[in-house]
Design a protein around this ligand. Sequence first.
Ligand SMILES: Nc1ncnc2c1ncn2[C@@H]1O[C@H](COP(=O)(O)OP(=O)(O)OP(=O)(O)O)[C@@H](O)[C@H]1O
Ligand SMILES: [Mg+2]
Length: 298
Amino acid sequence: MPISSPSNAEDDQAAGLRRIGGSNPVQVIAVTSGKGGVGKTNISVNLAVAMARAGRAVMLLDADLGLANVDVLLGLQAHANLSHVLDGSHSLEEIIVSGPSGINIVPASSGVKRMANLTSYEQAGLIRAFSELRHPLDTLVVDTAAGVSDSVMAFTRAAQEVVIVVCDEPTSITDAYALIKVLNRDFGANRCHVLANMAQDESEGRALYRKLARVCERFLDVTLHFMGTIPYDPALRKAVQRQTAVVEALPGSPSAKAFKTLAHTVANWPAPQGTRGHLEFFVERLVGPIQENRGYLA
Ligand SMILES: Nc1ncnc2c1ncn2[C@@H]1O[C@H](COP(=O)(O)OP(=O)(O)OP(=O)(O)O)[C@@H](O)[C@H]1O
Ligand SMILES: [Mg+2]
């Protein structure tokens, strides 16, 4: 299936958007967490859709390889998935499906045990396969599984921006700390973003961030940045039941507004500054000239 262009929602056109073309560096964002069920997949989908609605060319990779659910969440029929890329029967481009607001989705398999235990060679093969996509692409959002498995680490390390999702549960914070510790001590990551989900309000979100940042900055050589708060929102659950993205189905809801703010935040992150010396998504595009300003949402 051909890779489609992003749709341009009218309300976001006013923001004066600028498309980024073919060989520019691609912003790659891994959405991960220590504990499962904190909202990674919903956040990945809605962030991707919100950015597409703001005029950005967005791809969403379902990197929860053994228990895929991006396609289920959006009610999409994927005829093939990453397991078919690994067995050589399909190219990466052939498995891509179009999602809401024109995002391109790379679906994973569900219940294929082998996919949950890929070798490092296979993980590297998948990450490298993205470099062969020649379509204009501004942002790749990577929805990972929870925890510290080898494949979560491989996909997370291969992204320039790491978003750790937390919610107000003691295990969410302790597991986030454990994840950041592994990323820092074993893989040299020294910064990440923290996104609070299912919070009552912004101040609860900030408090969660502070709790985590205090302990990380005390015991690890890592800097945490507060990315924002997504409120607990029954509208998001309603959208899930309808198998739609809340930013599209219920754009006036509190969570949809928060996702829109988040899309602005992410769009204004500085461009990646070259390669970091290990396996990364779209590494060839990082080697080229660095764009001076990616902030297309003034
Ligand atoms: N902001 C929110 N408000 C209300 N419900 C939410 C919110 N975010 C997520 N949820 C609900 O929380 C549940 C878990 O969400 P999701 O599947 O996105 O989590 P996950 O971190 O991807 O889980 P896993 O670790 O299993 O992949 C879902 O039922 C979803 O509807
Ligand atoms: Mg998930």
